[in-house]
Design a protein around this ligand. Structure first.
Ligand code: APR
Length: 183
């Protein structure tokens, strides 16, 4: 299982093999973290995204990182669900984003990946629920990725992610009060 940490920062300044972009289905750029990554990577990113023919909600596709500084080599674009109250498959689609990003990271050979808090900005997903899905999915999906950084843009989101990571450690085999590997 990869080493996972929650940090406060700007994902365009990460030093991992790949950074994940919370994109929209056009892959041509937008606001929020999408806008920040496109500004840092340069206009080639939107051209590369357009050539991929879009991306479905819950899916993920990789492009080169263009002008982003090394060692970042890949941008993994994923499209999170828009929050509509939780009864429209949002949890499953958000989990799919994290799972597909790990699959794409394995396809491109990225060993370290930075994720933003997908869907919790413009798409309105409640941050606490999203943090639980992010950590639960990343800790239960087999992958060759060795290091994951959950990059929060605000302290409240960082604290939620850190709390979920701490809870997840507590629920592992070593953390079970009765000490057994499975219940
Ligand atoms: N680094 C890290 N995280 C960031 C950055 C940044 N530079 N900028 C914003 N964020 C955070 C936001 O604070 C939020 O917690 O990323 C999280 C996701 O927010 P959005 O970027 O709004 O993404 P999302 O909610 O998934 O909405 C996607 O917004 O920008 C458009 O084109 C995008 O239509 C798509 C939609």
């Amino acid at each position: 299982m990869p080493q996972i940490e929650a940090v406060l920062g700007d994902i365009t300044r990460e030093e991992t093999d790949a950074i994940v972009n919370a994109a929209n289905s056009s892959l041509r750029g937008g606001g929020g973290v999408d806008g920040a990554i496109h500004r840092a990577a340069g206009p080639e990113l939107a051209r590369a995204g357009a050539m991929l023919g879009g991306c479905k909600t819950g899916d993920a596709k990789a492009t080169p990182a263009f002008r982003l500084d090394p060692p970042v080599k890949h941008v993994i674009h994923t499209v999170g669900p828009v929050w509509r109250g939780g009864g429209d498959g949002e949890p499953e689609l958000l989990a799919s984003c994290y799972r597909r990003c790990l699959e794409v990271a394995d396809e491109v050979g990225a060993r370290s990946v930075s994720f933003p808090a997908i869907s919790t900005g413009i798409y309105g997903y409640p941050a606490a629920d999203a943090a639980r899905i992010a950590v639960g999915t990343l800790t239960s999906t087999p992958t060759g990725v060795e290091r994951i950084r959950l990059v929060a843009f605000d302290e409240a989101t960082r604290d939620l992610l850190a709390a979920e990571l701490a809870r997840d450690v507590g629920s592992g085999p070593a953390g079970n009060p009765d000490g057994f590997a499975e219940r």
